[in-house]
Design a protein around this ligand. Structure first.
Ligand code: NAD
Length: 404
């Protein structure tokens, strides 16, 4: 059979450990047999990042700006253990933080529902989508470990005028310090992309921060969202029958637990990081969630929201059988391909992406599952735990049937 041709190159960012193993299986068994696909390949394996002094991550981000759509495998964010394990020059920054700092924007994370796995929270009837601000805060921080007594100050030196100086703390003993920032420009684009996404999907938008405690920092986020809503979105929201709702983050967490779902929950960078794992896990597994970075300049980066599944990788290296779930990696590819097809106006590529997702869901719904899913699926005598490779092969069989 002839292959479907993808016109514009997709930026492919390879990764680490078990997700790298699965990434190659997905390409070999689910993509390359069906697609004639040009890729701009960047190897973000931690050793290659080290070898290039992390230039490869910057180059990959620039390639996304050139071509518009990127697909990323999970990668190690090195800590001291990883520096030793891989003999790295230093603990390089998180590649995701580097990419997000360059592209800016918002990460939208949406659970992947299947019929035979019910959310752990019984009131959730519709997906809760997280809109995570992808720039700044603790992900672009500066930290100091204070060894002894001294004064910590926050200083802003304007290009013109007098510095602004505030005392943070007088240390009598050792301690820790952190400086974080955000920009009005990034917060505005975060707000806009959330309003636009909620309107597009016709769902309510919630935004929550801790502005009672962080009156200036979190307060600015709240202010920007309110201004954006009043000036540009109120009327369209009313016409669409949807709402914008701000509440304190602790109140939002309490309400989410009792809500029906079907909302976009906009969150600052760290809050979104934490809450998206909670939502994914309550929907069965970290691998049952899609994640896309939408930049204000119109670039899209699709990824799995989970990590490199380190423990499975060590088993894999010892030659033991693993049962790792490739669903989020497959959906990273299908999301990227669908967007590429939309931008290139190639409906056959969009059709392929739809079939790939349908084949994956049908496989799980037929009871063929990886270990993480078997633990949470509705009990059924047809349920069968398969290994990493067999799961992908079962999807390939379903996909074959659909594409004949
Ligand atoms: P992890 O997401 O790899 O694993 C957390 C837990 O979820 C583990 O119990 C794991 O077995 C399970 N899990 C996650 N994905 C799974 C899958 N596809 N199938 C089956 N089970 C799955 O996170 P971690 O263990 O905290 O981190 C491992 C490495 O991943 C670290 O080096 C970290 O820096 C990196 N990381 C990368 C990203 C990313 O690139 N997006 C995100 C988080 C962590």
């Amino acid at each position: 059979k002839s292959k479907i041709r993808v016109h514009t190159p997709i930026v492919e960012m390879d990764g680490d450990e078990m997700t790298r193993v699965m990434w190659h299986m997905v390409k070999e068994k689910l993509l390359l047999p069906y697609l004639d696909i040009p890729v701009a390949y960047y190897d973000l394996h931690v050793s290659h990042r080290d070898k290039t002094d992390d230039q490869v991550t910057v180059d990959a981000s620039k390639a996304i700006m050139k071509y518009g759509v990127g697909v990323k495998c999970a990668t190690i964010t090195p800590n001291e253990d990883r520096v030793r394990e891989y003999g790295l020059k230093k603990a390089w920054k998180s590649p995701n933080a580097t990419i997000r700092a360059l592209l800016d924007g918002t990460v939208f994370r949406k659970p992947i529902p299947v019929r035979n796995i019910r959310p752990a929270v019984s009131s959730w009837k519709k997906p809760i989508i997280i809109g995570r601000h992808a720039y700044g805060d603790v992900y672009n921080n500066i930290e100091i470990r204070v060894d002894g007594p001294g004064m910590a100050e926050l200083v802003f030196t304007p290009l013109m005028g007098e510095p602004i100086r505030q005392t943070i703390h007088f240390f009598k003993n050792p301690g820790i310090l952190q400086g974080i920032h955000n920009t009005d420009e990034s917060i505005v684009s975060f707000a806009r992309s959330c309003f636009a996404f909620a309107l597009d999907q016709k769902i309510d938008l919630w935004f929550s921060t801790k502005d009672t405690i962080s009156k200036i920092y979190d307060g600015r986020f709240r202010e920007v969202f309110a201004q954006e809503y009043e000036t540009s979105w109120r009327e369209a929201f009313q016409n669409a029958g949807i709402e914008y709702f701000f509440t304190l983050i602790d109140d939002a967490v309490a309400r989410i637990m009792k809500s029906e779902g079907g909302i976009l929950w906009a969150l600052k960078n760290y809050d979104g990081d934490v809450m998206s794992d909670m939502i994914a896990s309550a929907n069965g597994s970290l691998a049952m969630m899609t994640s896309v970075l939408v930049s204000p300049s119109g670039y899209f980066e699709y990824e799995a929201a989970h990590g490199t599944v380190q423990k499975h990788y060590y088993k894999h290296l010892k030659g033991e059988e693993t049962s790792s779930n490739s669903t989020a990696l497959i959906f990273a590819w299908s999301g990227g391909l669908r967007k590429r097809g939309e931008l290139d106006a190639t409906p056959d590529v969009v059709f392929f992406a739809d079939q790939l997702e349908a084949a994956t869901l049908e496989t799980i719904e037929s009871g063929i599952m990886t270990g993480d899913l078997l633990l949470v699926a509705d009990p059924n005598p047809d349920n069968r735990k398969v290994n990493t490779e067999s799961f992908i092969e079962a999807i390939a069989l379903n996909l074959d049937r659909k594409l004949i």
